[in-house]
Design a protein around this ligand. Structure first.
Ligand code: ADP
Length: 160
């Protein structure tokens, strides 16, 4: 049974993230998506609990995808859940540079390897930060996020 861990801020989860989980779920037996508290990204829009709920709802169509949350080192969580690989998504070359460095650092401090999965071109421009900006001003986000996320963003910014 091969277990992979997909960590990220997911503030909120969007269709690019969902696609990476779907790909990993086809390739591996168990995919654990972990919402992380990332102090480098400043104050989050959604609490960790809310992000976990939205991930859970967005992955309802997958029977081997599950979600957790954490605020420790990714490699520590990977060890605790018995993950064979850490999965990360690649949008562009810029992601590759930072993900490669992170993967090499994680390998230095643990035994877990990273797998980088590329996104399709139709999702490569998606980023939670941009989606939050568009939603804040009432712009159209329905094609970029799962329906539950669109609803929660509308409620949060009073755009329903
Ligand atoms: P964001 O940059 O959207 O805030 P996260 O920090 O939550 O995303 O990213 C978690 C993981 O998902 C990272 O590995 C990131 O490279 C990947 N990811 C983010 N957006 C996309 C996308 N549009 N397509 C594929 N992977 C993505």
């Amino acid at each position: 049974m091969t277990v992979v861990l997909y960590p990220g801020s997911f503030d909120p989860i969007h269709n690019g993230h969902v696609e990476i989980v779907e790909t990993a779920a086809r390739l591996f037996d168990r995919v654990i998506v972990a919402a992380v508290r990332n102090p480098q990204k400043g104050e989050p829009l959604f609490s960790l609990e809310d992000r976990q709920d939205l991930i859970h709802e967005s992955l309802g169509h997958l029977d081997n995808g599950e979600v957790t949350m954490f605020s420790s080192l990714v490699v520590g969580l990977a060890r605790d859940v018995g993950a064979h690989f850490i999965v990360k998504g690649l949008r562009a070359v810029s992601d590759f540079e930072s993900e490669l460095q992170m993967a090499q650092m994680n390998k230095r401090i643990s035994v877990v390897d990273a797998l980088l999965i590329k996104t399709t071109s139709s999702y490569s421009f998606l980023a939670s930060r941009l989606i939050r900006e568009i939603a804040r001003f009432g712009g159209p986000i329905d094609s970029m996020v799962p329906a539950c996320v669109s609803t929660r963003l509308g409620e949060r910014y009073g755009n329903e």
